[in-house]
Design a protein around this ligand. Structure first.
Ligand SMILES: [Zn+2]
Length: 441
């Protein structure tokens, strides 16, 4: 059995231990694992991550426990000072804790005790699961649908326990009979070597439960507990929260975000939400306007193509014309006419995207005369949409020729798209189509 010094003095940061066993040779494949006579390193357990630090200046990467023996896995020889070439049984080694990490764990772990204890006292909810992650912790309280208001109240009481700075004590019992006399939050799961942690007076504790983790000596050292989120989980409520320095850092981070938002919206904490809501409304109106404008541009672009071949205007354009009284034959769609031949029409739309061009081709689909191929180019996205109502196989045209200029895409006989990585490649493909169709005339 390894003697666990953190059980006696949780604030001991350094110690000289004696090696009882050396496993591994320090290579990357076979790193050193040391068993010591006594250790200040807390091994992973009870939901609390292990301590880190150094042993003889070599980083400790992992600390685990099996059957009362604590194993310290060290970094490889790459991190070993040249003065240390090997470890031997009986050697004395100087151990140092990464205290910042340990203290943060103590704060978080004890914060979890108090919060769970208050959930139990106020709602009768038992903590059935605990997870300590890097950015937050969770507890699963076996009461479904805990409300925000209830959680807020419990959070306040929890922090009041912290501010009252009551003692946090750990008592060890050889068997359960005496331990069970304490007002335990949870039934004991073990029969011997029981450690009971109590926050506050044993007769009316904020929490009293069996635990093997590390805790500060007073509740005030926890500093702060903050709940972030509640979630329904398997008929229970999962509570996301943080404690200690982690909760404080989170507050600093969120305050920075809030300050940035206030400055962006020229607001303060009081009217920020109102200003965001007003901006959302404005955005909604702009989106609606954009949608209508695009529809009008798309309809007119389709009509302009059809008009150039003397095809009747589209049904969409008729509707549009009736309602707005504007002409459907003008080309307001930011187009520049590149080419129209007997069987080929090419249009370039600098401001439209692939979905807009597909919408134009949809309007063309039923109206294009047989034998006509329409090529619509989005210079913004380096792509071409081809449309034909027969006489050309758009899909084959793209498949056979786009790859010549590093293009990709595909489609069917009636419509296809070709995408290019550069404007130059796109233009080569369009030039090819133009030449191929000119030669047909
Ligand atoms: Zn604990």
């Amino acid at each position: 059995m390894t003697k666990k010094l953190y059980q006696k003095d949780v604030y001991q940061k350094e110690h000289t231990s004696i090696i009882l066993e050396v496993i591994g040779d320090g290579s990357q494949e076979n790193p050193w694992i040391l068993v010591l006579d006594e250790t200040i390193f807390f091994p992973t357990g009870g939901g609390q991550p292990c301590d880190l630090g150094t042993i003889s200046e070599i980083p400790v990467l992992e600390v685990t426990e099996k059957e009362g023996i604590v194993y310290h896995r060290l970094g490889s020889t790459d991190t070993t000072p040249s003065s240390i070439l090997e470890f031997k049984t009986g050697d004395k080694v100087f151990c140092q804790l990464d205290w910042e990490r340990r203290f943060a764990h103590m704060q978080r772990h004890c914060g979890e005790h108090i919060l769970s204890g208050i959930f139990f006292r106020e709602l009768g909810g038992v903590n059935r699961g605990f997870h300590m992650g890097a950015d937050y912790m969770t507890i699963d309280i076996d009461v479904p649908g805990i409300t925000k208001e209830q959680a807020e109240q419990i959070e306040t009481i929890t922090n009041e326990v912290i501010w009252s700075n009551v003692p946090v004590t750990t008592r060890y019992f050889e068997d359960r009979s005496e331990a069970e006399r304490l007002p335990l939050r949870k039934a004991l799961a073990i029969d011997e070597d029981i450690s009971i942690v109590c926050v506050g007076d044993e007769n009316n504790p904020a929490d009293c439960v069996a635990c093997c983790g590390t805790h500060p000596s007073t509740s005030g050292q926890v500093g702060l507990v903050k709940i972030f989120k509640l979630e329904n989980y398997k008929g229970m409520t999962r509570v996301y929260f943080n404690a200690g320095k982690g909760a404080f850092s989170d507050y600093q981070k969120k305050h920075r975000i809030l300050s940035e938002l206030n400055s962006k919206y020229s607001a303060d904490d009081k009217d920020l939400l109102e200003k965001i809501k007003a901006q959302d409304e404005k955005n909604k109106e702009v989106r609606q306007e954009l949608y209508q404008l695009k529809n009008s541009v798309i309809t007119k672009a389709a009509d302009e193509i059809l008009d150039s071949f003397g095809v009747p205007e589209t049904k969409a354009a008729v509707v549009n014309k009736k309602s707005s009284g504007t002409s459907s034959s003008s080309s307001e769609a930011s187009t520049s006419l590149i080419h129209t031949s007997d069987c080929l029409i090419i249009r370039e739309y600098p401001y439209l995207n692939v979905n807009d061009l597909l919408a134009i081709s949809k309007l063309l689909a039923a109206e294009l005369k047989t034998g006509i191929l329409a090529a619509m180019i989005s210079t913004r996205e380096n792509l071409v949409i081809l449309a034909s109502s027969g006489g050309h196989d758009c899909g084959k045209l793209v498949k056979d020729n786009a790859p010549v200029w590093n293009g990709k895409g595909g489609g069917n006989a009636g419509g296809a798209r070709a995408m290019f990585s550069s404007r130059e490649d796109l233009e080569c493909f369009v030039t090819f189509i133009r030449q191929a169709y000119q030669s047909r005339k």
